[in-house]
Design a protein around this ligand. Structure first.
Ligand SMILES: NC(=O)c1ccc[n+]([C@@H]2O[C@H](COP(=O)([O-])OP(=O)(O)OC[C@H]3O[C@@H](n4cnc5c(N)ncnc54)[C@H](O)[C@@H]3O)[C@@H](O)[C@H]2O)c1
Length: 451
């Protein structure tokens, strides 16, 4: 009988093993990855691991890089415009989430477009009112995108077509699906075109606060086509203008001049989509481009809000608390916050009264709200300010306020209750001279049946 002799492995003693481990030097490992393993066309990342050499701790520094494009286009669903087809043709299908009203108005064009290019379209149509901006709506979209629905790949851009509500909730669903699924945004309202659409802030409303639950996840491509504004209710055009004026006041004086000179015409012609001449069309394109550029200049360089110097937060310090309390349209709440902020800046010596007058006059001339009695609820205002400070961190409130000339701003670190109270009463007295004491036109949310 033969026996097989297996060689006895030479087993290092525990003592030797431990001493060799303990002698590991401090190391830094940087990633050097092969692009063939990339999971996405738009996202990359890198990491560095630093081990101190004591076998007790190491530090990780990781960076995440994304690419996002914003394009002004004409006739996005016109078959002569291949931009969308070029995104989807080689993917074999397009998975889309579409606002119900937009589908009623543009659904046929959307379907014909994809039929023309022989790209199968899987579309989910849903109501996206402010009242629908809830976690339940996000779950509903996730159900469509997920395995039991379309089973989208994490490298397949979902097409989102609608206003700011849909861009926020569908964007958040994309952020959650596979932890990160890209999306292409076609913003069909002014707000979605120049602000919410290309924004990295996807969200749903929380119980007490607007937009409080979300993720930073910008679309990989935003297509801005002002042709959609033709069918928008004039109240929504006005509402969107608030976000344009916000960027004009804080960042772009030429945009402010353009809005002073042509704002009313742009409102009446739905951004030169109704009864407008070529010159007004050019102005409309310029206004939209400038507003977008100004916004993205600050947003695109601070995609994850790792810095608090954000001009586009002007008008958004107190409004997140009072906007849901009085159920105002977002743009009206923001202009109320901006107009009040301008008066506050005057009381703080940051702004000349003449500049404040230009700001308030422009908003008023377009029918935007510059005063609402909710400002007099000082407990709510102070509470809102506290909430905002908690959100923005212990470093300060960092309330964006105009400073110097129109086109520039600064950030107030602290605003005492006394300063706030004095500014509210000054603003109330100042606005009393305006038509309807500063109340705007169609200022309340219609979808809640308040007007
Ligand atoms: N994420 C951000 O950075 C950011 C920035 C600004 C605003 N927002 C959010 O955006 C929301 C407001 O967006 P909104 O003003 O686009 O409102 P919205 O999405 O509610 O759209 C307004 C209405 O217009 C309809 N509609 C959309 N496109 C249309 C078209 N072309 N023709 C006719 N009707 C059309 C919609 O069905 C809706 O009834 C708010 O919830 C706000 O918080 C987010």
């Amino acid at each position: 009988m033969s026996s097989i002799q297996t060689p006895t492995p030479s087993v290092a003693s525990t003592e030797t093993l431990l001493s060799s481990l303990a002698s590991q030097p401090a190391t830094t490992i940087e990633s050097d990855r092969d692009s063939k393993y990339l999971t996405s066309e738009w996202y990359t990342g890198n990491g560095v691991i630093e081990a101190a050499g004591d076998n007790r701790a190491f530090k990780v520094t990781a960076t995440y890089t994304l690419e996002a494009e914003v394009k002004l286009v004409k006739g996005v669903f016109n078959v002569n415009n291949p931009v969308l087809a070029e995104v989807y043709r080689h993917r074999g299908r397009c998975v889309a989430v579409v606002d119900q009203t937009v589908d009623e108005l543009y659904g046929d064009q959307l379907r014909q477009y994809f039929e023309y290019y022989e790209i199968p379209l899987e579309a989910k149509v849903l109501r996206a009112w402010e009242a629908d901006k809830t976690p339940e709506t996000v779950y509903e979209i996730l159900g469509f995108l997920g395995k039991d629905g379309c089973d989208v790949s994490r490298n397949e851009p979902v097409l989102v077509v609608g206003g700011g509500v849909l861009s926020d909730v569908a964007g958040l669903a994309c952020a959650l699906q596979h932890r990160r699924t890209p999306y292409v945004m076609v913003g069909t309202t002014v707000v979605a075109a120049i602000d919410a659409g290309p924004s990295p802030r996807t969200c749903t409303n929380g119980k007490q606060f607007k937009n409080s639950i979300g993720a930073y996840h910008p679309p990989v491509l935003t297509l801005v086509d002002r042709g959609f504004f033709r069918t928008l209710d004039v109240g929504h055009i006005r509402n969107g203008m608030a976000e344009i004026i916000k960027m004009a006041i804080t960042d772009d004086p030429i945009l402010f001049d353009l809005m002073e000179a042509h704002g009313l015409q742009l409102l009446e012609t739905h951004f030169a989509t109704l009864n407008a001449d070529a010159e007004l069309e050019k102005i409309a394109d310029e206004v939209i481009y400038r507003a977008l550029y100004s916004y993205m200049k600050h947003e695109g360089t601070n995609m994850f809000e790792t810095y608090q110097d954000r001009p586009h937060s002007y008008g958004h310090t107190w409004s997140p608390r009072f906007e849901p309390a009085v159920k105002m349209m977002h743009g009206h709440a923001v202009t109320t916050g901006m107009a009040f902020g301008a008066t506050l800046a005057v009381t703080m010596g940051w702004l000349d009264a003449a500049e404040r007058d230009r700001i308030v006059n422009l908003c008023c001339s377009l029918g935007l709200t510059v005063y609402h009695p909710i400002l007099e609820d000082l407990d709510l205002m102070v509470e809102g300010q506290k909430n905002m400070q908690r959100k923005r961190g212990s470093g300060g409130l960092w309330a964006a306020l105009p400073k110097g000339e129109i086109g520039s701003c600064d950030y107030a670190r602290e605003i005492s209750r006394e300063t706030l109270t004095a500014a509210v009463s000054q603003h109330k007295a100042y606005c009393a001279a305006f038509p309807n004491s500063g109340a705007g036109q169609q200022m309340y949310l219609k979808d809640l049946g308040l007007e």
